[in-house]
Design a protein around this ligand. Structure first.
Ligand code: ATP
Ligand code: MG
Length: 269
């Protein structure tokens, strides 16, 4: 039994569900720097995992490995029961794994519908010439956003006029609509206001409730405790804590993040 399955059994939820993602002994070196040292961790579909750790702990490196942006120096990545070697983010995306950024993957000069269907446009042939099925794409976008609880006043607005939170919502809903399985969010609320952050956290829960795995990196402890089922803590490239959110607290996580000596410092900061 894996640790993830044991946790699930103890929690009485999805005990028989296989892991969505499993990392085994993942190491990442950048020259002399060992950004990750033997990281092993597993998560199930529908689970929200918060990845915590001090600056430089290796969080972004781990997320990049999972989403194909980096190829680990050593170790195994097993996704949906199969060992994978993602050569690029496009490769991981094809498998259903994607990092959602606030705006980086949207085209700001076209509207919401065009972004939702980017690269997947619906067309029909008129006199042999492909013509966009605009009305159908509009309707599908509208339904998908509504299903995700996202309200955008006009889907004909170009994305440059939307807020960071709205852009994030479009990306997440698009990810879910096109069959995404595991979404990674690296500091998703860094540039968002209070209300948009609250909506973002709610959206994460809704996405997970649809059976999608979510890994979220945040420096804000309260956000992690609000949204995550499990808290995984990294320190200097190692996992030093992996526990159900209800079985831990902020003090304990800070202690793990910093080591005992750093605790008072971290609290003061
Ligand atoms: N492309 C790279 N080349 C060299 N070193 C790197 C590279 N990417 C990350 N590192 C180093 O690896 C370590 C882990 O970095 P990483 O960005 O994963 O940390 P992090 O936990 O995301 O930190 P932060 O909270 O500041 O974002 C750091 O020492 C960093 O300097
Ligand atoms: Mg980072």
């Amino acid at each position: 039994m894996t640790d993830g399955a044991r946790d699930a059994a103890e929690a009485g939820e999805g005990a028989d569900a296989p892991d969505l993602l499993r990392l085994e002994g993942v190491t990442q070196r950048f020259g002399a720097i060992e950004a990750l040292r033997g990281v092993s961790f597993a998560m199930r579909a529908g689970e929200v995992v918060a990845l915590l750790g001090d600056n430089g702990a290796g969080k972004s490196t781990l997320v990049k490995i999972i989403s194909g942006g980096l190829q680990p120096t050593s170790g195994r990545l097993v996704f949906e029961g199969r060992e994978r070697h993602f050569a690029s983010p496009a490769d991981a995306k094809a498998a259903g794994i994607e990092t959602v950024y606030q705006d980086l993957s949207l085209c700001t000069n076209v509207d919401v519908v065009a972004n939702f269907f980017m690269g997947r446009e619906l067309t029909r042939k008129v006199l042999g010439i492909p013509v966009l099925r605009e009305r159908e794409m509009y309707r599908i976008t509208e339904q998908a956003l509504a299903a995700g609880g996202t309200r955008i006043p006009s889907l004909r607005t170009t994305v440059e006029h939307l807020s960071g939170g709205q852009r994030q919502a479009i990306e997440l809903n698009r990810f879910v609509h096109w069959g995404g399985r595991l979404v990674l969010l690296d500091e998703p609320f860094a540039a968002l206001g209070v209300e948009q952050t609250r909506r973002g956290l709610e959206m994460i829960k809704r996405v997970a409730a649809q059976g999608i795995g979510v890994v979220v990196i945040t420096h804000i402890m309260a956000q992690a405790f609000q949204v995550a089922d499990r808290i995984v803590t990294l320190r200097q490239g190692r996992i030093v804590g992996d526990v159900a959110t209800r079985d831990t607290n902020a003090d304990e996580v800070v202690r793990l993040m910093t080591g005992d000596a750093g605790m008072e410092q971290a609290r003061a900061g």
